[in-house]
Design a protein around this ligand. Structure first.
Ligand code: KIV
Length: 283
């Protein structure tokens, strides 16, 4: 029996995530960028994240810097069309929440209008005013340059570690319903998690978080090249898919695909007519 049939099918909401944190039920979150990845993930995980990692994972960019709101909206809409039961979180890309409060609200609101349940913004106290629409101020803080997967571990000295804990609490008080903790020491993530009311979702932040997020393509081994140590691939999807595709290409080349059963036929009465047809002379 497939373990997939035993999975819960209840609609995931923000209060449910909160309840899970209180009950110690860990949250599984992965990325989806289109209808296929959404349909595969929806019955399995709790949260789908339309991440700006679409830039390097799917669109061939070296990092997430070129990812625009238009691109994010395009991918979000594809995921929303599958009507998932999970919570849908859309990632605010580079420069989409740094320029002015009005633009931040327009961009975040546009995600919600398109069917996202929530949005994710990156940053700590420097961005607290962007995180809560009623406290927005004109902020032109220089946004940090996004990285692909060259994740630098944060919070390794006492200033950074304590600032990170402070930031987490400021974001909670600003109204965030959950925090993604990315690339920080496990003890720090665990301390943040136990001291916060809201759930934390870790990536490269150890097992003490309320849940974990990994990029869909990383979990399934669909990405090539260097893998950070926090990524665990549960399949060699790249090789598996290439093997299947190369069997199909070989069948095309040797004539084994398609078979008569995989083809449709003319009605019997038309077969002779078509067989006896000759091209008319072009004039
Ligand atoms: O864009 C992304 O996919 C992320 C991660 C948290 C997986 O930022």
């Amino acid at each position: 029996m497939s373990h997939i049939s035993e999975l819960p099918v209840e609609r995931v909401t923000i209060p449910l995530l909160q309840r899970w944190k209180e009950e110690g039920r860990r949250i599984a979150m992965t990325t989806a960028y289109d209808a296929v990845t959404a349909r595969i993930s929806d019955p399995i995980v709790d949260v789908i994240f339309i991440g700006d990692s679409v830039g390097n994972v799917c669109l061939g960019f070296d990092d997430t810097l070129p990812v625009s709101m238009a691109m994010m909206n395009h991918h979000l809409e594809a995921v929303v069309r599958t009507k998932p039961r999970v919570l849908l979180v859309a990632d605010m890309p580079f420069l989409s929440f740094h320029l002015s409060p009005a633009e931040t609200i327009r961009n975040a609101g546009g995600f919600l209008q398109r069917g996202a349940d929530a949005v994710k913004l990156e940053g700590g106290q420097a961005y607290r005013n962007s995180a809560r629409p009623d406290r927005l101020r004109d902020s032109c803080d220089g946004p940090p340059r996004p990285h692909p997967w060259g994740v630098k571990v944060q919070g390794r000295n006492s200033d950074d570690a304590l600032r990170l804990l402070d930031d987490a609490h400021h974001l909670q008080e600003a109204g965030c319903f959950a925090l993604v903790l990315e690339g920080i020491p496990a003890e720090l993530a665990a301390r943040a998690t136990e001291s916060l009311r809201i759930p934390t979702i870790g990536i490269g932040a150890g097992p003490g978080c309320s849940g974990q997020v990994l990029v869909f393509h990383d979990v399934l081994g669909l990405t090539e090249g260097h893998r950070p140590k926090f990524v665990r691939a549960y399949a060699n999807g790249f090789q598996l898919l290439q093997e299947a595709l190369s069997r199909w290409a070989a069948d095309v080349r040797n004539g084994a695909f398609p078979t008569p059963q995989e083809s449709c036929r003319l009605p019997e009465g038309l077969r002779d007519t078509v067989a006896n047809w000759t091209p008319s002379n072009p004039t």
